[in-house]
Design a protein around this ligand. Structure first.
Ligand SMILES: [Fe+2]
Length: 436
């Protein structure tokens, strides 16, 4: 893998796992030659497999938004039998029954010491809006894990999932194949696709977002033109891979905020071939091609939108997933750090390379019209910077903008990582106003 001086990957790693390229493409893959039939429902699929369809959009959805994939697998998913309800204490689903806060909120990195559970055990909800029953909104969780899910599989019927590792590499095993995902990369798992998260390092920490609304899509580029932002070719879908029958596997599904489980006699990752456009993806956030002002002032942060779950054209998206990569800033006579602002949409922001310090925010939440911007000490730095172009940032930042107020989960509000004095970063400001 070759990086330029700023860490942007300019050549692909030769040793990387085989992937298929593009976002929304019609793809097909077979792990065993001859496993993929020419038609989707042959009387007798090759190699003794069975055909199973999974859909991510209404049957008659427009072509550009239609999502469906045919799987050719050892056993149909119906063999799972009956599920019984289980409890996952910290993996919550909005609404939580509280009140969205008009206070600026911050969290330090969540502590990884003593992390003994797997990805599913280690999910702790930070905030959320909407509801899976209403098919609107987003939930934002952190995860801390100390072991792989091993013989455990998860199907989220409530939402599409975005997994953003902050620490520790992950191997995300899905029905359609395997994604290796390292910090600075993200994985997207469609709603309804079974997956498991294994650890490639002793400890893993990061964010897991659930999209209850319309499936994520690439935003239109408008006047930017046909290239830019998150580029189609930089999304990687897996190639087919299946597991041997092996040992018993716990299968867990999330449905309308509750968790249900059963024990399977086999691995549910038994898809030998598949065909369709509803696939998991991985994406390297350092590949985001940022555009911005090269004269003066700042463009709106919509230029950093990588994926969108559409909402209202005026009030805002269900949510936008935005990436703020390290980048050049070059405006003349311009205050370079993002300035003070109050927005109608809400903003959750994660600083993936924030220092490991319990007093320093690694994630922030600013609900609608909550004022925010540079800390007072940053203000002084920005006021005295020159006009020379400057490289800004040391790793990707992601932020989620949603039209709906985000409610904080009580367990995240009461957690030691919650910085209740976060608003004090703006203290100490003294007016410089001097009327002539
Ligand atoms: Fe903001």
């Amino acid at each position: 893998m070759t990086n330029d001086v700023h860490g942007v990957v300019l050549q692909r790693a030769e040793s990387e796992r085989a992937y298929q390229y593009g976002f929304g493409n019609e793809l097909q893959s077979e792990a065993v030659p001859g496993a993929l039939p020419l038609t989707n429902n042959p009387r007798q699929p090759p190699l003794g497999l069975v055909s199973e369809l999974v859909t991510g959009a209404a049957f008659v959805a427009a072509r550009a938004q239609n999502l469906r994939t045919y799987m050719f697998r050892k056993r149909p998913s119906t063999t799972r039998g009956r599920l019984d309800e289980i409890d996952l204490a910290h993996f919550l689903t909005p609404p939580f029954g509280g009140k969205p806060s008009p206070n600026a909120m911050g969290w330090a990195h969540f502590d990884t010491s003593g992390a003994t559970g797997d990805f599913l055990d280690g999910i702790r909800t930070i905030c959320g809006n909407g509801s899976p029953k209403e098919q609107a909104g987003v939930a934002i969780h952190t995860y801390v894990a100390g072991k792989s899910m091993e013989r455990r599989a998860f199907l989220n019927a409530d939402g599409e999932m975005i997994i953003v590792p902050q620490k520790g590499r992950l191997q995300v095993v899905t029905e359609l194949g395997v994604l290796d995902v390292a910090p600075s990369e993200m994985a997207i798992i469609p709603r309804g696709i079974k997956f498991r998260v294994d650890l490639l390092d002793p400890v893993a920490r990061g964010y897991a977002c659930e999209n209850f609304g319309a499936p994520l899509r690439l935003p239109e580029l408008g006047l930017i033109g046909s290239f830019g932002q998150a580029q189609i070719i930089d999304f990687k879908a897996p190639t087919a891979a299946f597991e041997d029958d092996g040992e018993a596997t716990e299968f867990v599904t999330k449905y309308c905020g509750a968790f249900w489980a059963t024990t399977l006699s086999h691995s549910p990752f038994d898809v030998v071939a598949w065909r369709g456009n509803m696939t998991p993806y991985k994406y390297d956030m350092n590949r985001f091609m940022a555009v911005g002002s090269v004269t003066y002032d700042h463009s709106d942060p919509s230029i950093y939108c990588a994926l969108t779950s559409p909402g209202d054209p005026v009030l805002g998206a269900n949510f936008d997933f935005c990436i703020l990569p390290p980048r050049w800033v070059a405006g003349d006579h311009t205050f370079r750090p993002p300035g003070y602002h109050r927005n109608c949409v809400v903003e959750f922001l994660a600083l993936l390379t924030a220092p490991e310090d319990p007093a320093i925010p690694a994630a922030t939440l600013h609900n609608s019209y909550v004022p925010h911007g540079p800390a007072t000490r940053i203000l002084e730095m920005g006021r005295t910077q020159g006009d020379e172009p400057a490289w800004m940032g040391d790793g990707p930042v992601f932020f989620i903008e949603s039209r709906f107020p985000l409610e904080i989960a009580k367990s995240a509000f009461d957690h030691p990582a919650c910085l209740h004095n976060y608003h004090e970063k703006w203290s100490g400001f003294e007016s410089r106003f001097q009327p002539d």
